[in-house]
Design a binder for this molecule. Structure first.
Ligand code: HEC
Length: 144
């Protein structure tokens, strides 16, 4: 029950993000990092839909999604390092003043994604809660 309600919150967050989708950034550096986050969001949605039983559980698809999620997080430091700005960006300037903490949050997210056991529905449901917490931890501090 606890996992499910947390999961519901994550799904609400992901959906709300999509509903407020705004203009695409024009700066190519900013667009590269928002595209990376879109990849994160898409793979999290695949996992979230299965975990929330909105989509049929498929171990191979879930494993591919969690691998893609972990791979995307591995690219976060390189994609965010240049402090580019764009009116459409939601990145807070604290990313670059607290860079080590930002990178550490990205690495925790990567570990949580890699640790998801996507071989069964109950283990996916357990793992996605942890991964979802890492989105919130970073967005709270570093996303407008
Ligand atoms: C290490 C920090 C960090 C982690 C972890 C993180 N995000 Fe983000 N995310 C950001 C930042 C910063 C932005 C804003 C980037 C910008 O607009 O320049 C963002 C933006 C987004 C966006 C909007 C992309 C767009 O189109 O503008 C989505 C969707 C998103 N994140 C989903 C997620 C999900 C889902 C997770 C967890 C599975 C997650 N993020 C984990 C830092 C993080």
């Amino acid at each position: 029950m606890k996992t499910i309600s947390r999961l519901a919150m994550i799904l609400v967050t992901v959906t709300a993000t999509a509903a407020f989708a705004k203009e695409e950034p024009k700066d190519p550096t900013v667009k590269a990092r928002t595209d990376l986050m879109k990849t994160v969001g898409q793979n999290m949605k695949v996992l979230g839909d299965m975990a929330g039983e909105k989509a049929a559980f498929d171990a191979a698809a879930a494993t591919a999604a969690k691998d893609a999620l972990a791979a995307a997080f591995a690219e976060v430091p390189a994609k965010f390092e240049p402090q580019a700005t764009d009116p459409a960006s939601e990145a807070k300037p604290e990313i670059w003043t607290n860079w080590d903490d930002f990178v550490s949050k990205a690495s925790k997210a990567q570990e949580a994604a890699a640790a998801i056991d996507a071989s069964s529905l109950p283990t996916l449901q357990a793992g996605i809660g942890v991964a979802g917490g890492t989105c919130k931890a970073c967005h709270t501090d570093y996303r407008m």
